[in-house]
Design a protein around this ligand. Structure first.
Ligand code: COA
Length: 250
């Protein structure tokens, strides 16, 4: 137990440049106090004292501003910087060397039962105010940007930002950003007409070729127009230009 406590204090000193001395860490880090209380609570939870551990976790939240459900599994060298507003759900799994900042939520989406909270692999960092929701895994070494809302799996060694969270850096390489130039968005209707026009042009060329061939063979009846092709629909069938004129939208 004392080894764990010494390790936790060392962790704070390593990850927070503002940590001056062991005494200041002991006095001024509510995130650290919350983790220590969580270890007690988790033990109680696993030994059948669920009601009591739930109540105690709420008292700890009152004192530290950090709410960790007693059922959550927390690894070693976990660091909660500042702490206020952190919420960690019951089935969350936090592996070793994870860092989270104030206002982080590891929550459910409200739809599932059973394992419904995220798993943070080793060395994950979750920035201020971010929410990681649902039974998803944030891969080892990944970073979640401040304010992000992550609802899908994150591969290892990625940086995720935004709402919904998207990967912007993977294995140290920039991932191409989403093009947000709305004025340049493609128009699917125009694109569809252009495709149809190209097909009509091809068919007309093919028809003209076949008609030429039929004339050469001396059999013009093969491509003779019906006697009154307009009668069914009341539309003239004579115009060669009609098809292309009606689709000529550039
Ligand atoms: C995401 C973060 C980890 C930086 O990661 P990084 O791999 O160094 O990424 P970069 O700084 O190169 O940024 C990559 C892109 O994401 C954008 N970005 C960075 N952080 C962002 C955030 N929180 N939200 C939205 N976009 C963000 C950058 O503007 C950049 O966009 P661009 O490619 O269009 O220029 C960091 O910005 C962050 O949010 N850290 C949280 C720290 C924290 O919570 N501190 C609290 C102290 S009390």
């Amino acid at each position: 137990m004392f080894t764990l406590i010494a390790e936790d204090i060392r962790t704070v000193k390593e990850r927070d440049p503002a940590a001056m001395s062991t005494l200041s860490v002991l006095l001024n880090y509510p995130g650290l106090h919350a983790i220590w209380w969580h270890r007690v609570n988790h033990w109680l939870w696993k030994h059948g004292r669920r009601g009591f551990s739930r109540w105690l976790s709420q008292e700890v939240r009152f004192m530290t501003g950090v709410e960790i459900h007693p059922g959550a599994t927390v690894g070693r060298r976990f660091f909660i910087d500042h702490g206020m507003g952190v919420v960690i759900g019951e089935t969350s799994v936090i592996k070793d060397d994870v860092t989270i900042y104030q206002g982080v939520t590891l929550g459910g989406t409200g739809k599932e039962r059973g394992k419904r909270h995220p798993t943070l692999e080793d060395c994950v960092v979750v920035g201020v105010g971010a929410a990681v929701l649902g039974d998803i895994t944030v891969g080892a070494g990944s970073r979640v940007g401040g304010g992000a809302v992550v609802v899908r799996e994150v591969p290892p060694n990625c940086t995720v930002v935004g709402i919904p969270g998207r990967v912007v850096v993977r294995e140290g390489e920039r991932v191409e950003a989403v093009d947000l130039h709305h004025e340049d968005l493609p128009d699917p209707v125009i694109e569809m007409f252009q495709v149809i026009q190209r097909r009509v042009d091809r068919l007309e060329a093919r028809l003209a070729q076949d008609e030429g061939w039929a004339r050469e063979q001396g059999d013009s009846s093969l491509f003779a127009a019906p006697e009154d092709s307009s009668s069914d629909f009341g539309v003239s069938s004579s115009s060669d230009d009609g098809a292309s004129a009606s689709c000529d939208i550039g």
